[in-house]
Every structure is written in C-alpha cells, then in structure tokens.
Write a protein that binds this ligand. Structure first.
Ligand code: MN
Length: 405
C-alpha cells in the first residue's frame, strides 16, 4: 500500500496517455494503424506509464491498432477500453494478448442522465453490471481500471456505491472522469477526498485513483492537478490536449507543472521533458491541426517575445520573463520577434548577430526606419532589417555572423 498524501513526499504521478483513444476519436484526429504505431513509439520514448491504445470493439481498425501496439511497444502498460459488457471485455482482452503488461479499462455511466437516456437502465442494474464486468475482466487481466462515466454529474451517494462495488470486484485503478468538462478544481478535489474517505478499501488495497478531465470550461489541467492534490496518483491526458469537444487535459502542461513547480507539488512524473516538443510535432504531422501558437509549452509563441520591455529584460536575464528554458522542454531557443512593439535593445541584438555593428547614433536612425516599417508589416525578417541599412553600413558587415532567416 502506498502512503497517504500527507506523509509521502515526492511520490510519482502516473501518466496515462489517451491520445490514441479519446484524442483519436475526436474530429480531425483519425490515424491509420501505421500512424498510431509511430505515435505509440514516440509516447514510449516520452516515458508515459500507461498508453491507452484504443477501443477494441469499436472497429476492426481499432482492434488491429491496439494489437500491433501491444506487440511492439513494450515499455508502457497498454490499455484497451471496454463497455461493461462481456463481448467488449473479450475483445479488449484479445487485443492485448501479446502485451508485455496489459490493462483492461471498463467504463459504465454513473449519472442518472446517462443511465436513463443513454443506457435505459436503473441504478440497481448499473451496480450489478459494474460488479459483474469488473470481476469478469479480472479473470482475463490482473490490472483492471474502472471508470464511472460522467462521475462529476452523478449523485454522490450512488457514485460512492458504484466505486465500492468496483473495488470489491477487484478494480486496481478507479478513474473518476469529468466527462463533460463541468467541474471546478475545488469541487473535483473534494470529490476525490470524499470517495477516498467513504471507501476505505481504496487506500487499504492500494487502489490508484485517477483523474480524466475535459476542457469545456478551460479547467482540464487545473482540475487534474486538484485531483492529484486530493490523492489521485494517475492523470489521464493527451498530447496537445486533443480529445472530445474542447479536448482533454494536455499531457505537456500536466508534466510541466510537476517539473517547474516541483517545489510546490513535491511530486514527479516519468516524462522525459526534453522530448515534449518532438512528440507534439509528431502528432501535429499526423492529424489535421497543430496546437495554437499561444499554447503553453508546445505553441510556436510559447518562448517568443516581441515587446520592447520584455525583450530588454530577456536580453539582460532570461529569468525575467521565462519560468523554464525552451531547451528543457525540447523547444527551439527563445525567439525575440522583431515587430512594432520591439525596442532598440532587441534591434541591436539582432543586427549584432547578423554581423552589423552600428554606433549608437546609427542605431537610432535605423530604429526610426524600423518602427515605420513595423507599423505597416506584421512580420519583419532579417532581409527587411538589412534593407534598412545604408550601403556603407552593409559593406561593413563582419565575418562573424548569424544565418539570415
Ligand atoms: Mn473522455
């Protein structure tokens, strides 16, 4: 049994990646088996602990992809999703036949909304089905995760009952998903504390609690971190935050929080931080969209600065405006973008790098011409800067120069 939160310091939080299941099932994110295999290998190198490879019964393609990932990707535990039905669980188990370490992930809705309108079953039947499905899955795998779908909109007493039944039936991980991105950090944390308290078998049997958050209100990462602070030791997330609707909690943001704020969380993950940008790139090349430029950690502007005050600070000491180095997450080095908000410090820095050493007076003249140009043009390239110099200044270029972009 793992220690309780208060006594345990710097424990590991398991990273459960669902890029290839929750992510892949969202619009514009379909991948072929070959593409999924490439992603799975990249996720293995990244150091994810559990890799959810798909939903075996959903299609032959899904089954084939899980099966080939299970055969070739040996590092992470491979998970296969199943509804709380025998035929789903059988398909999940078959897809994992060749896995080094396998997990069957069973889910059944716990909210009245889903039970009444989607499944058309009552609470009693849902509890029965939970127990049967988890017990059956345990005959096929020693590692079984159970998720009460829509946990955050479920009647609390009933949710606690369902979790108790799943734990008694042998579930080794209990995931309480915020399926529709509805909860808040404080509320989600309370949910985890309450379930832990009311189902003592969770701690007694060393069952791992897990978060699974969606970003409909922009809170997926904050909610996941709140769950961890309330005792969850597994976080379900995806690369670039892809997933149903507004997406899942972004893996790179979760990992970066534990990395940059290790002082605060006192927890760690097995993620190789320097590989984050490469994996993000591998995904964007295989689906129809990449992260927005202002996306944390992996966006094109995550380490770019244009304003004069920020650029001046960055040139004096990068810590002025950056809480992690771009290199630490595998991004290109800091980019000082020259635009109408830039000042003379950044202009001099770039001209120096290009090999043009100007006097203060010359720099001021060039700066006036630069500001006039930047007012008309959104992107200023090195060639534009060189165009602002006089012929004599251009001739005096030193041999020691940066490449022109
Ligand atoms: Mn989901």
């Amino acid at each position: 049994m793992s220690g309780t939160m208060s006594e345990a310091k710097n424990e590991q939080v398991l990273i459960f990646d669902t890029t290839l299941r929750d992510g892949e099932q969202s619009p514009g994110c379909s991948m072929t088996t070959e593409e999924k295999l490439t992603m799975a290998r990249a996720l293995e190198e990244l150091g994810v602990d559990i890799l959810e490879a798909g939903f075996a019964i959903a299609s032959e393609g899904d089954f084939a992809a899980i099966s080939s990932i299970a055969q070739t990707v040996r590092g992470p535990r491979i998970a296969s999703l199943a509804r709380a039905k025998r035929e789903d669980i059988d398909a999940a188990a078959r897809s994992l036949e060749h896995a080094n370490r396998a997990r069957i992930h069973v889910f059944l809705a716990s909210s009245d909304l889903h039970l009444e309108y989607k499944l058309r079953i009552g609470r009693e039947q849902a509890l029965e089905q939970t127990g049967e499905a988890v017990r059956y899955a345990r005959t096929l795998a020693d590692d079984v995760e159970f998720s009460p779908e829509d946990a955050t909109r479920s009647d609390r007493n009933f949710l606690v009952e369902m979790v108790r039944v799943a734990v008694e039936a042998g579930a080794t991980t209990i995931n309480m998903p915020d399926t529709v991105g509805y909860t808040t950090p404080e509320e989600y944390g309370r949910l985890f504390r309450e379930v832990r308290e009311r189902v003592p078998a969770i701690d007694a049997q060393g069952v791992i609690l897990s978060s699974h958050c969606h970003d409909d209100l922009g809170l997926a990462v904050a909610n996941s971190l709140a769950a961890v602070q309330a005792g969850a030791r597994q976080v379900e997330c995806t690369i670039n935050g892809i997933g149903e609707r507004a997406g899942n909690a972004a893996l790179e943001e979760i990992a970066a929080n534990f990395f940059v704020r290790a002082d605060y969380f006192q927890l760690h993950t097995g993620i190789q931080m320097k590989k984050l940008n490469a994996v993000s790139q591998t995904l964007r090349e295989r689906i129809s969209f990449g992260p927005s430029p202002n996306k944390a950690i992996v966006g094109a502007n995550a380490f770019a600065h244009e304003s004069g005050i920020h650029q001046h600070g960055m040139l004096a000491n990068p810590l002025c405006y950056e809480i992690m180095t771009p290199e630490s997450v595998g991004a290109d080095s800091t980019h000082l973008v020259l635009g109408k908000h830039s000042g003379r410090a950044a202009l001099r820095h770039r001209l120096d790098a290009l090999g043009f050493a100007l006097t203060a007076e010359e720099l001021l003249e060039v700066y006036h011409r630069f500001v006039a140009l930047a007012d008309r043009k959104k992107n200023i390239y090195d060639q534009d800067l060189i165009g602002l110099l006089t012929a004599r200044q251009r001739e005096q270029r030193s041999g020691n120069m940066a490449a022109v972009d």
